[in-house]
Design a protein around this ligand. Structure first.
Ligand code: URA
Length: 313
């Protein structure tokens, strides 16, 4: 505990008060109530100190980042004000940056919406599904393309695979608002002309991913994550422009414009394994994904408990 630590300062102050009282009279009167309080102080201080040092250990940036939603197509508000607690600290540069990043992301959203290249393909639906989460996040998840549920809600990863992703994020000790979630392709891919597609989905093809890659590149440039997790082989291929099998790609940390990229199985892979009614296989799939997530947490310098290390073993 350094001398500037709040507990040390409080103890110094208490010492000064007692010294002053003692210099006035031979003894210092302490009421029975104060005596009881002072007797329990060491235990309370220990607890407080533990709480404070726990706080210091946490990855501050992830913890304190304000929960700001990134441009959501239905209600893009380039000038949405930050939350009031942030407004009251105008001299701090962080929220200025955040406001600027949000504005730039809205600009990317507008470019996606007006993309002639994507429209000319004729293979994608019209609705833009952009990104959600924290525009200053250290951790970015990148999927392949939205499905029916995502298109309906105009938000990425909100269908069944999205719910799995949410569980993964929560297992890390974070919430969806702490991270940035996006896709390479910003429109749901059509099957045929899309007229009889119903709720079925398909993966984007390399041409569709190539048309959308400038958007995700710009998002990465703006958000500046410390690590990207590519969800599934298609996302990894689109982002990294490499081929291979997922089991090979997940063995190393890749790089996208200098940002470390971890490749892991798509959450829908876990869903498929769970659906097969083989609990051992489902647990194995979860463990593989979890091992990749632990590597991302290590890159971020996040604290990892023993319990977390042992998930799905
Ligand atoms: N799969 C993806 O890759 N992205 C989504 O948004 C949903 C499912």
């Amino acid at each position: 505990m350094g001398e500037n630590h709040p507990i040390a300062s409080a103890l110094h102050l208490l010492g000064d008060i007692l010294e002053r009282e003692k210099s006035r009279s031979a003894s210092v009167h302490v009421s029975s109530e104060s005596y009881t309080r002072l007797s329990s102080l060491p235990g309370e201080l220990l607890q407080l100190n533990r709480r404070l040092s726990e706080k210091e250990k946490k990855p501050v940036e992830v913890e304190v980042k304000p929960e700001v939603k990134v441009a959501e197509p239905a209600d893009v508000q380039p000038n949405v004000e930050p939350r009031s607690s942030i407004e009251s600290a105008p001299e701090v540069g962080v929220e200025q940056d955040e406001k600027w990043i949000r504005k730039q992301l809205n600009e990317v959203y507008r470019k996606v919406k007006g993309s002639e290249e994507c429209r000319a393909l004729g293979t994608l639906f019209e609705t833009v599904v952009f990104a959600v989460g924290n525009p200053c996040a250290d951790l970015m998840f990148v999927g392949e393309a939205p499905g029916a549920e995502e298109e309906k809600q105009r938000k990425p990863f909100v269908g069944p695979a999205g719910q799995k992703l949410t569980q993964i994020i929560q297992a890390m000790g974070l919430s969806r608002d702490d991270v940035y979630i996006s896709n390479i392709v910003k429109f749901r891919p059509k099957k045929g002309d899309g007229r009889f597609q119903g709720s079925s989905n398909r993966k984007p093809d390399p041409t569709e991913m190539a048309a959308c890659i400038p958007f995700i590149r710009r998002e990465i440039e703006l958000v500046k994550p410390k690590v990207i997790v590519a969800l599934g082989l298609t996302a990894a291929e689109g982002l990294l422009e490499i081929g291979g099998t997922l089991s090979n790609l997940r063995n190393e940390t890749h790089s996208f414009d200098g940002v470390p990229v971890i490749v892991t199985y798509h959450p829908s892979y876990i869903l498929r394994q769970e659906g097969e009614g083989n609990p051992a296989k489902a647990k194995r799939a979860k463990r593989l994904v979890w091992e990749d997530i632990l590597r991302a947490m290590e890159i971020l310098g996040m604290p990892i408990s023993e319990k977390q290390r042992g998930y799905f073993t």
